[in-house]
Write a protein that binds this ligand. Structure first.
Ligand code: UD1
Length: 446
């Protein structure tokens, strides 16, 4: 039985929404738990499909994992398996981040090539090259990444591109290597900083988190920890864009607004009023957490922002780049916003070449858009027109739902399992903000 979302156009989204932990952080933090024997606990985890899928990957390696609401506990045994099989790995791309921890801890790994979103080619050459420079042999054999090392030693590693996944895998192998590793042109995403914070709590020695040079002094072992996952900036930005597109007024809590500086600036340029919310007073935080653990409420948990849009948004240009540039994951929302803005916008995609496939679905909804290589030119229309459309990945799916809110009539968004992989309670949150959206289970009509 296939499910779709039925989206009635014309809603103005108004109200408050709470954002929980970041998908792109929690999955890596779960993998990092492989680095230390014992029980690691993660709080503020999003209740999305990818979390139980990642739990299955870890179980396959010998861990005991429990997922209860927003708390994930991973008990890593002394003896781990070094083989992650295709059945569990194929379901999510982030599963590839078990490679680094396995090589770090066991000095060998056989990890099936991962699945995930259809957003373009996603090679692993930088992951493999980094591990090779740490002293491992690494090949692709029979659909698996095979890596093996007698010993791992620190190295100077230059990445061709600040790849998030390669930075994470190399980092998680280097924390248990002999000597010092320097990763240059490292990714600077807030989720990388979150991973570094957790690894430091586990006893890793890392300098430069959040900069493009990460220095890792290897240690011989790590200890388990308790860690609160940072708020999901991509989900937070989704609501910010939704406010602008629907000419609404949304307050978003639970995410550090500075992780969205560029997004919020773009929305100001589009004509929105944007204000930042204060962090909670120290009295709101849990007074004392056990040594070596994070408090239950981090400094950012009460932070957020408000986006109000009166009238039609003005067109703005967007260029996707690694952080602190405009995130490629937000490109579908940039396209959807441009489609209803006053004027012409140019959107440039620099990270994943196939992400513009989403535009074909937007054209179905009446967007006046054309693409040429890395660029899309979009002439905004006053109102889109409803149609059945198909989600090709998490963000494209959410973008189509928001576009449907700006369309005349009822839009059906199909293949919504993609959206469930990244957005906890998406329909519920939309309804709370005043949208007429429902999840419907039936066979497709085309
Ligand atoms: C992560 C995010 C994804 C986000 C992306 C870029 C997770 C689970 N996913 O994906 O949502 O869109 O960062 O912000 O965190 N590349 C290579 N060789 C490599 C590795 C990457 O050529 O070895 C290329 C990719 O094809 C892509 C670019 O580098 O063009 C960026 O990829 P990367 O930053 O690695 O993205 P992911 O970690 O896969």
């Amino acid at each position: 039985m296939s499910e779709h979302f039925r989206v009635q156009g014309g809603a103005r989204l108004v109200g408050e929404v709470e954002v929980v932990g970041a998908k792109n952080s929690v999955l890596k933090l779960m993998a990092a738990a492989l680095l230390a024997e014992g029980t690691t606990t993660l709080t503020n985890c999003p209740e999305i499909l990818d979390v139980p899928l990642m739990a299955d990957v870890l179980r396959g390696l010998g861990c005991a994992v429990t997922v209860e609401h927003d708390v994930v506990s991973i008990t890593t045994p002394a003896e781990l398996s070094h083989r992650a099989d295709f059945a569990s790995m194929s379901k999510l791309r982030a599963s590839v981040c078990v490679l680094g921890p396995l090589v770090g801890r066991l000095r060998r790994a056989v990890v099936a090539l991962p699945g995930g979103d259809a957003i373009g080619s996603r090679p692993l050459d930088m992951h493999q090259n980094g591990l090779r420079q740490l002293g491992a042999r690494s090949e692709i054999e029979h659909g698996c990444v095979v890596a093996e090392a007698e010993g791992l030693h620190g190295a100077q590693i230059w990445l061709d591109f600040p790849s998030v996944g390669a930075t994470e895998n190399i980092l998680m192998a280097a924390v248990l290597a002999d000597g010092t590793t320097v990763i240059d042109n490292a990714a600077r995403e807030p989720e990388i900083v979150d991973l570094c914070t957790m690894l430091q709590q586990m006893g890793a020695k890392i300098e430069g988190a959040g900069t493009s040079t990460l220095t890792v002094h290897g240690v011989t072992s790590l200890r388990p920890t308790r860690h609160r996952v940072i708020g999901d900036r991509i989900v937070g930005a989704t609501w910010a864009m939704a406010a602008a597109m629907t000419r609404g007024d949304i307050t978003v809590r639970g995410v550090d607004p500075h992780h969205l500086d560029l997004v919020l600036e773009k929305l100001r340029l589009a004509g929105a009023d944007v204000s930042l919310l204060d962090a909670p007073s120290p009295a709101d935080a849990v007074p004392s957490a056990p040594p070596g653990t994070s408090p239950l409420f981090s400094a950012t948990s009460g932070q957020g922002f408000r986006v109000q849009m009166n009238g039609r948004p003005r067109s703005v240009d967007f260029v996707t780049l690694p952080y602190p540039g405009f995130a490629t994951d937000l490109q579908p929302f940039a396209v959807a916003l441009a489609a209803v803005s006053d004027g012409v916008s140019m959107i440039t995609e620099n990270v994943f070449e196939a992400r513009f496939r989403f535009i074909e679905e937007m054209v179905r909804l009446g967007a006046d858009a054309r693409t040429d290589g890395h660029h899309a030119v979009i002439r905004g229309v006053e109102r889109l027109s409803s149609a059945p459309v198909w989600a090709s990945d998490i963000r494209a799916g959410a973008g189509l739902v928001l576009a449907g809110l700006c369309a005349e009539g009822v839009t059906e968004v199909w293949d919504v399992f993609h959206i469930d992989r990244g957005y906890p309670c998406f329909v519920e949150n939309l309804r709370r903000l005043g949208a007429d959206v429902e999840r419907v289970a039936e066979a497709p009509s085309r």
